[in-house]
Ligand binder design. Structure first.
Ligand SMILES: Cc1cc2nc3c(=O)[nH]c(=O)nc-3n(C[C@H](O)[C@H](O)[C@H](O)COP(=O)(O)OP(=O)(O)OC[C@H]3O[C@@H](n4cnc5c(N)ncnc54)[C@H](O)[C@@H]3O)c2cc1C
Length: 552
């Protein structure tokens, strides 16, 4: 018996799972069964953006998936090894009628792996049916096609889990010899992969070579948790969304906290978009909640808008989007600055408190992420790539398409965005005026008097002695003079930007990656433009400062 292999990737759910629906239809048509496969690929976990934090969350997602599959009588084959040997092995022991999955816009490693899988499928004449995940278009020939595509994808009805699926059950696999062969390690070859049937039997993070640190206050993964998080946001959090998402004090509850669930697919983006719209249309939803949901909906556009950039330009994970910025920061890499940033010892309390929060929770709101990158990229003059790898390992919701596009945008190397520099002292004054946030995450700041909250390094020796805080010992001194270093960084960036060849190359980037239309009809409106007829012609590319303006 050959199987329709349903390869789960970052789509760990059964609801609104197009690849599952398609696999079930194909299996029903040719009298075969659907075999569910998840491959825990050691090579992927060896990449510099991987962390035990992600792995722990993944296991929780897999656990929910396995429970849901078991309730259907389906087995989940957990292959601990690379995908190609898994396919080889299944082909040899059972036969692969077809491979079914969602399209993935991942990192360079998964991109190369998917190309290898495509070659394998061609060589073995196995059809690979890849379904669209998110509102990302492959291939995107014209950027103006993107918004209509996003709208059409989000308007499609969600896929209910098919009632009748011929699943490969544990019993079928045992009878077909697959389970028995898997139980016999010699059938898998020397040194190599193994397969388990229970998530609990997956290897620990250390076996994958991962640093064991896992943020103790992180969010939990899995479909059930994702649904609970959505319910919390839809019924209480969203009322505080507008106005609440900028301060790191209010953001943890005002934001949806759905990003990690979207990254591993515990929720489909479409189901979130549709649930948001129906909640907005519900007469029981207050005006304040509706405003919050409308602003949230705009972020769901941005989700795919940014992933589309990586889909269209896979190199942006490693190289400047605008190659005219090559060599700008590279020669000046300062390991001491980077180390101090990672340790939360920059000397700017708001920055150091964010690093502490990130380490404990695996999450920061958008503004604080942007501030961290801005501090790294301007006054500390660090190249975005290493900083981005470090942050990728800290963010529970690491999504390569959003992450690398944002890293470059905040570092000023896209060539099409206005330079945005976040002053960490001003951010503290605006978003943590009483110092509740910094004092929570940096206990030493609790001893610093209010008058010195924003610039504690200026405390006179007598004040330091009085409050028992020695600057340079208990609190780091700022690594550089903020104003002077920022001014010099901006001047260097702008000098590069002014070069004729750099200016000349900008238009092509706007054409390929620029946003075409703000998701809102006008600023302040609670009516999302995406509610308009999808056939409306998109506006011409924006190239001014509003290009990437986010309505914070
Ligand atoms: C340097 C940097 C790196 C980032 N890396 C990631 C990442 O790896 N993964 C990730 O999901 N987000 C990333 N973001 C975007 C944003 O900070 C997070 O999506 C958001 O903080 C997640 O919390 P939330 O789900 O509560 O967001 P909400 O505000 O509730 O937003 C809902 C969803 O919209 C999307 N979204 C929100 N803001 C943005 C944005 N600015 N750009 C694109 N999509 C957005 C996310 O999918 C998010 O889950 C990054 C931002 C910056 C500045």
């Amino acid at each position: 018996m050959a199987y329709h292999v349903l390869w789960f990737k970052r789509d760990l759910r059964l609801h609104d799972h197009e690849a599952l629906v398609h696999a079930a239809q194909c299996a029903a048509a040719d009298g075969q069964s659907v075999l569910c496969l998840y491959a825990l690929e050691p090579s992927l976990w060896a990449q510099p953006d991987a962390a035990a934090l992600h792995y722990t969350f993944l296991r929780e997602c897999l656990q929910d998936l396995q429970t849901d599959l078991q309730a259907q009588g389906a087995a989940l084959l957990l292959w601990v090894g690379e995908v190609l040997p898994a396919l080889d092995w299944l082909q040899q022991h059972a036969g692969v009628a077809a491979l079914h999955s969602h399209q993935e816009t991942g990192n360079a490693h998964t991109y190369a792996r998917d190309r290898a899988v495509a070659r394998w499928c061609r060589a073995h004449q196995v059809p690979w049916h890849e379904q669209v995940q998110f509102g990302v278009l492959r291939p995107l020939r014209l950027r103006s096609q993107w918004l209509p595509h996003w709208q059409a994808q989000m308007a499609r009805p969600t896929f209910a889990q098919p009632a009748q699926v011929r699943w490969a059950s544990a019993g079928d696999l045992a009878r077909g010899g697959v389970a028995a062969a898997l139980a016999d390690p010699s059938s898998l070859g020397p040194g190599a992969p193994c397969a388990v049937w229970q998530v609990a039997d997956l290897p620990p993070a250390s076996a994958l070579g991962l640093d064991p640190w896992v943020a103790p206050l992180r969010q939990r993964g899995g479909r059930q948790q994702a649904l609970q998080d959505w319910e919390r946001f839809a019924h209480s959090g969203c009322a505080a969304y507008r106005g609440g998402i900028s301060s790191p004090l209010s953001a943890p509850t005002a934001c949806s906290r759905l990003s990690a669930h979207l990254a591993l697919g515990g929720l489909s983006l479409r189901e979130v978009v549709q649930a948001t719209r129906s909640h907005m249309a519900d007469p029981g939803t207050s005006a304040r909640q509706r405003q919050g949901l409308a602003a949230f909906l705009s972020r769901l556009h941005w989700h795919c808008h940014f992933i589309q950039k990586l889909e269209s330009e896979p190199a942006l994970e490693q190289a400047n989007l605008h190659r005219g910025y090559d060599g700008l920061r590279e020669p000046d890499w300062n390991p001491a600055h980077f180390e101090a940033l990672m340790q939360g010892r920059t000397g700017w309390p708001m920055v150091d408190a964010c690093v502490a929060m990130l380490r404990q929770t695996g999450w920061l709101n958008f503004r604080m992420r942007a501030m961290l990158v801005s501090v790294a990229a301007y006054p500390l003059w660090l190249h975005w790539r290493e900083v981005g790898l470090w942050l990728a390992r800290q963010f529970l919701d690491y999504e390569p398409g959003i992450h690398w596009s944002q890293m470059q945008m905040q570092a000023g190397t896209t060539g099409i965005n206005t330079t945005r520099v976040y002053n960490p002292i001003k951010q503290a004054q605006d978003h943590d005026p009483q110092g509740h946030f910094v004092r929570h995450w940096l206990p030493v700041m609790r001893r610093v008097p209010d008058a010195w909250l924003f610039e504690p390094w200026r405390m006179p020796a007598s004040v330091q002695a009085h409050c028992g805080v020695q600057v340079g010992v208990d609190l780091a001194l700022p690594l550089v003079d903020l104003q002077a270093a920022t001014r010099s960084a901006k001047a260097r960036l702008h000098a590069r930007r002014a070069q004729p060849e750099v200016r000349a190359a900008k238009a092509a980037i706007v054409e390929r990656h620029g946003s075409r239309k703000a998701p809102f009809a006008r600023k302040g409106s609670s009516r999302p433009a995406d509610a308009a007829a999808p056939s409306r012609a998109p506006a011409p590319p924006a190239s001014g400062p509003q290009q990437m303006a986010l309505d914070f």
